[in-house]
Ligand binder design. Structure first.
Ligand SMILES: Cc1cc2nc3c(=O)[nH]c(=O)nc-3n(C[C@H](O)[C@H](O)[C@H](O)COP(=O)(O)OP(=O)(O)OC[C@H]3O[C@@H](n4cnc5c(N)ncnc54)[C@H](O)[C@@H]3O)c2cc1C
Length: 300
């Protein structure tokens, strides 16, 4: 009992507990040359020995479903059921806090995910470190023909070199930045001439439901490769903390295929998809390939 607050009862845990982060201060992964992602905290941090943080999902779900369910569903089955049927709030009971260093062009995409709590490094208050995202020549992608927002094939070496020279020139602004700071220009203004491949960092806290949403969008092949690298690193980390949910996510979301009503009709009838929209037709053809189905000819 707390003598100052006698009405607050401290109830000891009835089972032995363990730290889901193995008593580590952070789990850090290097990303690209200057980037990193570090898990700094998790809720629940302490779980019964032999359990994982998945237990918080089960615990929350059983409040709504009652003890009776416990006998019918074992934990793994319940979590898989909840994810398959797109339940949300039990997964919001688990939270992750990351410390992340990424280039500003990635941060701009990332910040669109509005359900996280974010605190970013202030370039008005502090001097921006001299670190830029500078891909190697073989990682410079040509503009994709199929995806206007993307890049895929590697580009020819001469153009890759031209791109790297262009980045070098952008990054050389850093010398001017520090020079102008030395001459008394305010930090909040001096930084505005720096390119978007310079690094920023933030603390990012988000619940598991919204992290899975973030991952499903940012691990997808339509997302930019650089943010995909971060999303994949995040998934590798959370997989260690919530392995049952991560497995269900891989089975029911990452590795799944969504079919529209028009696509289902085409499947059922064996006829071409009922649309003249070229993009939709192309998407259906790509899905049929992924599903291992013989494409249904548009001629028939
Ligand atoms: C491949 C790709 C390309 C993109 N291209 C562009 C682009 O060209 N231009 C552009 O501007 N953006 C672009 N985006 C960003 C995209 O449109 C979304 O803003 C971003 O993915 C965040 O998605 P979200 O709103 O579902 O996620 P979150 O903000 O994390 O929200 C999660 C969910 O919470 C709910 N929610 C959150 N906030 C609200 C709210 N205020 N009102 C109602 N519901 C809410 C919604 O259901 C939402 O799906 C792109 C994203 C991807 C993945």
């Amino acid at each position: 009992m707390d003598p100052e607050h006698p009405n607050i009862e401290h109830q000891p845990s009835s089972v032995q507990m363990q730290d889901v982060m193995d008593d580590a201060a952070r789990w850090q992964v290097k990303i690209h040359e200057h980037g990193m992602m570090a898990l700094v905290d998790v809720m629940p941090r302490l779980v019964p020995v032999g359990s994982t943080a998945d237990i918080a999902i089960v615990q929350a779900a059983r409040v709504s479903y009652g003890e009776g369910t416990k006998k019918i569903n074992e934990d793994r089955g319940l979590i898989r059921y909840l994810l398959r049927h797109r339940h949300t709030t039990p997964f919001e009971m688990v939270e992750f806090k990351f410390h992340i260093a990424m280039p500003i062009f990635i941060a701009r995409q990332w910040i669109r995910h509005r359900t996280a709590n974010v605190n970013e490094y202030s370039a008005r208050y502090s001097i921006v470190p001299d670190a830029f995202y500078h891909p190697s020549a073989e990682n410079i992608r040509a503009q994709s023909i199929s995806n206007r927002q993307g890049g895929d094939e590697p580009i020819d070496p001469a153009t890759a070199q031209q791109f790297l020279d262009y980045l070098d020139r952008c990054e050389s602004q850093y010398v001017q930045y520090t020079d102008l700071l030395d001459k008394g220009v305010s930090r909040e203004l001096a930084r505005i001439g720096l390119p978007v491949n310079i690094y920023t960092q933030w603390y990012w806290k988000c619940d598991l439901h919204n992290i899975l949403h973030f991952l499903s969008l940012r691990m997808d092949s339509h997302a930019q490769q650089e943010i995909r690298d971060y999303a994949s690193a995040m998934f590798a980390i959370i997989k260690k903390i919530v392995p049952i949910t991560a497995e269900a996510f891989e089975d029911y979301q990452l590795g799944s295929e969504h079919l529209t009503r028009l696509e289902l009709d085409a499947l059922r009838t064996g006829k071409p998809i009922e649309t003249t929209n070229k993009r939709e037709i192309d998407e259906w053809q790509a899905k049929q390939e992924r599903l291992g189905l013989a494409p249904i000819s548009m001629e028939s």
